[in-house]
Each structure stands twice: as structure tokens, then as C-alpha cells.
Ligand binder design. Structure first.
Ligand SMILES: NC(=O)c1ccc[n+]([C@@H]2O[C@H](COP(=O)([O-])OP(=O)(O)OC[C@H]3O[C@@H](n4cnc5c(N)ncnc54)[C@H](OP(=O)(O)O)[C@@H]3O)[C@@H](O)[C@H]2O)c1
Length: 396
């Protein structure tokens, strides 16, 4: 081979010499003998954004965003909105290849880049952030598992991302998605962890933006879908307390739009927290009525007083780290959610809101809850409309 190279006038470089030369030229070179996650934070993002094109999917927005938690509910709408304006989206995932495949088609070829990572391995986090100039953290979970506590998922991981982003030096925007109602004095442990995360992130990166959405509604949501599923199975839903707690549900697409609007602004949203609630305040009971109206079932409730709801939810919490197998995900009776429901969760008076980002959030009734028609027992045309509601006796 060396002889042929010499005859062709090429200088022969052995594979070992090639590896050594690449390593000295590119410190981030990943060779066979180099761990894949051996990233340092040497690359400093892309510096000034270079925009090209008309702003559509095949344009270049200049944004290279690492979206942690992109495989979740909000993630799919956010990735879609980022990709359709020509951004490159790096999608860290920890599960199987299936968890990100729905995202792949949302952008132009090569614009959605899934990257396997381990949220407990700092080097792997550095690797997925290395080429980005924007970091968005959507990681969160509303129940604990044997492996992950509220604190670790909702606070420690967020803080770690902020520390790494700061060290990176080329991250121009850091957006943290928290929760409406997150406060150190909240009765919910998850909301306290989210509040601690907000504080830690702003301490690390004072220019970070915090988005605090209310409970999110959309095709894959975890409130109306659960209720509808339960109602179809048992013909009623349990109403925790008397259903009078006030909430301000928001359409998931609006939350994704708010994040994109913050990214596109001239920096006015930096260092601010936005409370993202929908245009209407519902009681839990009123929201359940909307669900029943849409699935065209007669509304039936079993009111479960809070102490009894807590009693039903407690065994999972007690057994969680005592049994040698994973316990089922809490659906209707999640102790922490029950705690959160003891307080109203609505947008506060002086908060920055959708309005400050130039977005008019959608009312829920109509398109945002249309996915519920799949729960109508006789197909989409089944039953009467709300205005023609029949009495329970004549209901099949
Ligand atoms: N859904 C709501 O109504 C609502 C309301 C207010 C605020 N929020 C907040 O908004 C954010 C996004 O919500 P969402 O509804 O899209 O959440 P989601 O569907 O539960 O998705 C959560 C994401 O976080 C990741 N994640 C969870 N635990 C993790 C762990 N231990 N290590 C690494 N990744 C982990 C998940 O990855 P896997 O796919 O690998 O599990 C997923 O990508 C969350 O921070 C949530 O707290 C949600």
C-alpha cells in the first residue's frame, strides 16, 4: 500500500499517525480508542447568528438548540416550531431509538439530530451541548420513581445543565421550563424542586429565561386524556376535593410558541420569568365538564375528599423504595398532585405573560380539545352537542 501511494505521488500516513494528527488538530476528535463522550467545551457555539433564507423549514435561523426533554409532550411541539423556521435541533435521548423518531421528520434533512446521552454522566451532557448556541431544558416529571427523586429530575439536573452551559461559554440563550405555581412555599414537593431549580439557574446564568406554564392541554396531555379514559372505562371520574380549585390550563402549542418568541426577540426576555396560563380560569370541575361535553358522555363524578385521596395515594409512596420492583405510574391519585391541588394555580397579577411575548393564547374550547372526540363511544359523530344535551335517563 505504501509503495502504491508513493508511486501515485501521495505521502503515506499510517492510521496511527493519522489519529495522532487529528487528535492534535481537533481536540474533540472521537476515534475508536477515544470515548464517544470525551467532549470538552472547547467549541464556543456559533457566535453571531447567521440567518439565511425566508424563514421557512429550509432556511437557516442560526439557532442550534439542544432541547433536553425533547422526547416528551411539550418537546414535540417545540421541536416542530424550531425546525420549521430552519433551526438545527439536537435531541438528547436516553431511551430507545423509538422515543425520538416522531421528531425526525419535523425538520429538513439533517436538522434534527438525536444524540444518545446519560443524564447522570456529565461528559455526555457536554457532548450534546458542545455544538449548540441555545439550550432549552424541558426535563421534568410529576411523580417519583425508584431511580429518580423529584429533587434530582426537577432541580439537580436543571442546575447541572446551567453550570455546564455557563462553562461552555458559547450558549447565547438558556431557557428553563418550570411550572406555574413553583414556589419554595408550595405544598407540592415537585413545585418546590422546580422553584429551587429556577433559583439555581438564575444564580448560574442571570440572563436565563424561565417559562412557567400552567397545566398543558393537547393531544398527548396527561389530564384530559386520563379523565376521558377513566370516564369511558368506569362512567365517572373521581373529583379530588370538591373540584373547586382554580387552574388556568394552557394549549401546549402556545407554550412552544412562547419559547420560540423568547428566542427570537432582541434579548428583552433574558433574565425574566413568564407565567404562561391560558385565557380562561377554570375550576377543576368546570374543566371536567368541558371534557365530558366534548366526549359527549353524561358527566358523573365521585367527589373524593382530600384526606381520602391522600390515603389512596399513599401506599405507592410508602412502597416505592421498599419493594424490589417498579411500581405503576400514579394516574388519578398522585400524592404530590393532590398536594398541589390544595391551592389555586393561576397567573399572578404582575407577572410577565404571553402578552409580553406578543402571543394571544388559544381558548381551550374548540380545536385544542378536539382530540377528545376519539373518546366518543360511537365515533366522532356520536351523541348530542352540549346545547342539545339529553337527560341521563334517555342516555344510552
Ligand atoms: N405537562 C404539563 O401539564 C406541564 C405543566 C407545567 C409544566 N410542565 C413542565 O414542562 C416540562 C415539559 O413537560 P412535558 O409535559 O413535556 O413533560 P413529559 O412529557 O413528562 O416529558 C418530560 C421529558 O423529561 C425527560 N425526563 C424525565 N425524567 C428524566 C430523567 N430522570 N432523566 C432524563 N430525562 C428525563 C423525559 O425523557 P424520557 O422520554 O426519556 O422519559 C421527557 O423527555 C417539564 O419540565 C414539566 O415539569 C408540564
Amino acid at each position: 500500500m505504501q509503495a502504491i501511494s508513493r508511486r501515485l505521488g501521495h505521502r503515506f500516513i499510517s492510521p496511527a499517525a493519522c489519529t495522532a494528527s487529528l487528535k492534535s488538530t481537533y481536540p474533540l476528535y472521537y476515534g475508536a480508542d477515544h470515548p464517544r463522550y470525551g467532549s470538552s467545551l472547547a467549541p464556543k457555539g456559533v457566535g453571531h447568528l447567521v440567518r439565511k433564507g425566508t424563514g421557512g423549514r429550509s432556511s437557516v435561523s442560526g439557532i442550534v438548540a439542544t432541547v433536553f426533554g425533547a422526547t416528551g409532550f411539550l418537546g414535540r411541539y417545540l421541536v416542530q416550531q424550531l425546525a420549521k423556521m430552519g433551526s438545527q435541533v439536537l435531541v438528547p435521548f436516553r431511551g430507545s431509538e423509538d422515543c425520538h423518531r416522531h421528531l425526525k421528520l419535523m425538520g429538513d434533512l439533517g436538522q434534527i439530530v438525536p444524540m444518545k446521552y446519560d443524564p447522570r454522566d456529565e461528559n455526555s451532557i457536554k457532548a450534546v451541548m458542545a455544538k449548540a448556541n441555545v439550550v432549552i431544558n424541558l426535563i421534568g416529571r410529576e411523580y417519583e420513581t425508584r431511580n429518580y427523586s423529584f429533587e434530582e429530575v426537577n432541580h439537580v439536573m436543571a442546575e447541572q445543565l446551567a453550570t455546564i452551559a455557563k462553562e461552555h461559554g458559547g450558549i447565547m440563550r438558556f431557557i428553563q421550563v418550570s411550572c406555574l405555581g413553583a414556589s419554595p412555599s408550595s405544598p407540592s414537593r415537585m413545585l418546590r424542586a422546580k422553584a429551587a431549580a429556577e433559583e439555581a439557574i438564575l444564580r448560574e446564568i442571570p440572563e436565563a429565561t424561565v417559562m412557567k406554564p400552567a397545566v398543558m392541554i393537547g393531544t398527548e396531555d396527561r389530564i384530559l386524556n386520563r379523565w376521558a379514559h377513566f370516564a369511558k372505562k368506569y362512567s365517572f371520574i373521581p373529583l379530588i376535593g370538591d373540584g373547586s380549585t382554580k387552574i388556568q390550563p394552557v394549549y401546549v402549542v402556545d407554550v412552544a410558541a412562547a419559547i420560540v418568541a423568547a428566542l427570537k426577540d432582541d434579548g428583552t426576555s433574558m433574565g425574566k420569568a413568564y407565567e404562561l396560563g391560558g385565557p380562561e380560569i377554570f375550576t377543576v370541575h368546570e374543566l371536567a365538564e368541558l371534557m365530558f361535553d366534548t366526549i359527549r358522555e353524561w358527566p358523573r363524578y365521585v367527589k373524593v375528599p382530600i384526606p381520602i385521596a391522600k390515603l389512596l395515594a399513599t401506599p405507592r409512596e410508602v412502597l416505592l423504595d421498599k419493594v424490589p420492583f417498579p411500581l405503576p405510574t400514579p394516574n388519578m391519585f398522585n400524592l404530590d398532585e393532590i398536594d398541589a391541588l390544595t391551592m389555586d394555580t393561576v397567573v399572578s397579577d404582575n407577572a410577565f405573560t404571553f402578552n409580553d411575548l406578543g402571543i394571544m393564547p388559544h381558548k381551550l374550547k374548540g380545536y385544542p380539545v378536539e382530540f377528545l372526540i376519539s373518546y366518543r363511544k360511537g365515533g366522532p359523530q356520536f351523541g348530542s352537542t352540549v346545547s342539545e344535551r339529553v337527560s341521563p335517563d334517555s342516555f344510552p
